[in-house]
Ligand binder design. Structure first.
Ligand SMILES: Cc1cc2nc3c(=O)[nH]c(=O)nc-3n(C[C@H](O)[C@H](O)[C@H](O)COP(=O)(O)OP(=O)(O)OC[C@H]3O[C@@H](n4cnc5c(N)ncnc54)[C@H](O)[C@@H]3O)c2cc1C
Length: 495
């Protein structure tokens, strides 16, 4: 007999789970709060410009290949590997530091700042690589049935890595490098995880290995949203329906099982199995009202950065700005430590800029360029009021104009701004936190919200705030892990 799965949300974790489950004979249906699929991997089209709403690059693309093999899908998604990953500019300096994947070229960039850079970087990356190889399959890509199973998995990791659990990314950088600039630039990986180098465990320096030595960074031909379009095409082929503008707000249970979720109009959505792609911690609070996820507990958890994002269409080409850029200031430590707590003014913010139309020329009209700006800001716990968004936006545009040597204010013909409030409201992200739960020791592995429900045996979770963590490749692994769990319980329906 067919088993039906109702999926709540259509983020990357949901779409890939839907196709994995459909391949195994489950009858899948999706309800989505937003008006389009993709969750944070979304798209904005406005005034003749096309912007990816969130993610701008993909790493660990071999996880996408694994997904395609698992589902027998022939994908039209074309990844383009970046040789120069990004450029970094410090306020007050005209120099851009280019982060090349080629170590010789990278060493040329940094030798004057850091003597013996190549040797030091090689040692740093090898240490990260060894750790990555020792944990990828043993710890990262695993389901945990209990804390003990997590401790057991951790015990299989060589003890030489233990100090990395207790050091921070920053202190790890200090062990290898002397130059302030080098330490700041290569500790930016902590921000990619939504934290800072001062509160993210040193184990995550493995990200430097994944970006510089391993699979690197990839853009997607035609824009990141092509991934979603491609998946949705397959979803239609498999007769999986997605119902948009449908938000789950309640539930009905019977005999220890969940019977149905209810939406904002009172409609019931039933299934044999339910897979929640909404934030795994916030959903347990908002819908199930669980004690372990009370407002107070959520408030005290570590959440990742909140995004303030700008989507700018400009009426000229800017050829002097690299594709991916980080614009940093001159008070890195102080700024990093204070920004997320809202204890530093956003007058001179740090931010990331992607010249979208450089990698995807169709995203802007002829002779125009499109820019995506991401400024990490405090979430709504620390800054609930965003009525000053225009002032902050202007600060960013003025700063960027100075650094790009062009008065952007005069050339912007399309402008959209999303605050943490918008991100939170659109996708049910707790207090607008952009990447979900943080990655400190108490919130990873066996400590992260489980991908199965504590109370209802037919409810499961997929996405950033459950196993294994945040980012697109992690969402793919999350879908693999949860489908493994569902299959273990219900078996293959057919193949
Ligand atoms: C600004 C920004 C930049 C990023 N850049 C990158 C990057 O460059 N590379 C990278 O790898 N990652 C990046 N990320 C992270 C990446 O976008 C996420 O980790 C990933 O997309 C999350 O996927 P998910 O499966 O958790 O689903 P989500 O994207 O969280 O989707 C969940 C879906 O569930 C829906 N939903 C929620 N609650 C309900 C409900 N009650 N009823 C119905 N539907 C509901 C939401 O509307 C949403 O569509 C970025 C994130 C942000 C915010």
């Amino acid at each position: 007999m067919d088993k039906s799965v109702l999926i709540i949300g259509s983020g990357f974790g949901a779409l890939t789970s839907a196709l994995r489950l459909s391949k195994r004979g489950f009858k899948v249906e999706i309800v989505e709060k937003f008006n389009k699929p993709g969750g944070r991997l979304n798209q904005i089209t406005k005034d003749g410009f096309i912007f990816d709403m969130g993610p701008t690059f993909f790493s660990m693309t071999y996880e996408f290949d694994e997904f395609l093999r698992d589902t027998d899908i022939k994908s039209g998604v074309k990844f383009k590997e970046l040789e120069t990953l990004y450029a970094v500019n410090f306020r007050g300096s005209k120099k851009n530091y280019f982060i090349h994947k080629d170590l010789d070229k990278l060493a040329e960039e940094f030798n004057s700042l850091e003597p013996n850079f190549r040797d030091k970087m090689e040692r740093f990356l090898n240490a990260g690589g060894n750790f990555f190889n020792d944990v990828e399959n043993k710890v990262l890509k695993r389901n945990y049935d209990s804390l003990w199973s997590y401790f057991y998995a951790m015990a299989t990791v060589p003890p030489k890595y233990s100090p990395r659990l207790f050091r921070t990314v920053w202190s790890e950088m200090e062990r290898y490098f002397d130059s302030r600039e080098v330490k700041e630039i290569f500790s930016l990986v902590a921000f990619f995880l939504g934290g800072t180098p001062f509160d993210t465990p040193a184990i995550y320096t493995l990200l430097s290995y994944t970006e510089l030595k391993h699979d690197g960074y990839h853009n997607v031909e035609g824009g990141m949203y092509n991934i979603v379009k491609d998946l949705v095409k397959e979803i239609k082929n498999k007769n999986i329906k997605i119902h948009y503008n449908t938000e789950v707000v309640g539930y009905k249970s019977e005999n220890g099982k969940l019977k149905a979720f209810t939406d904002q109009s009172g409609n019931e959505w039933s299934g044999d199995i339910f897979l929640v792609n909404s934030d795994a911690a916030f959903f347990r609070h908002k819908i199930f009202n669980r004690k372990a996820f009370s407002e107070k507990k959520l408030h005290n958890m570590r959440w990742t950065l909140a995004p303030l994002t700008l989507y700018l269409g400009i009426d000229k080409k800017i050829n002097n700005v690299p594709l991916h850029n980080y614009f940093l200031g001159d008070n890195f430590k102080e700024y990093s430590k204070k920004v997320f707590k809202n204890s530093i003014k956003l007058e001179k913010p740090y931010y990331y800029v992607n010249v979208v139309s450089r990698s995807n020329p169709d995203s802007a009209p002829e002779g125009h360029d499109s820019l995506f700006v991401l400024c990490p800001v405090p979430d709504l716990r620390y800054k609930p009021d965003w009525s000053d968004k225009e002032i902050i936006t202007n600060n960013i545009i003025t700063d960027l104009s100075e650094r790009m040597e062009i008065n952007l204010h005069k050339h912007i013909v399309s402008q959209t701004v999303m605050t943490p409030e918008d991100w939170g409201n659109n996708f049910n992200l707790y207090k607008g936190s952009g990447l979900g739960l943080g990655h400190n020791l108490r919130q990873i592995g066996g400590f992260r919200p489980k991908n199965y429900d504590e109370k209802y045996e037919n409810v499961f979770y997929v996405g950033s705030s459950t196993l294994p963590g945040t980012g697109l490749p992690m969402a793919l692994i999350s879908s693999k892990l949860v489908v493994e769990r569902i299959i273990k319980k219900y078996g293959h329906i057919s193949t």
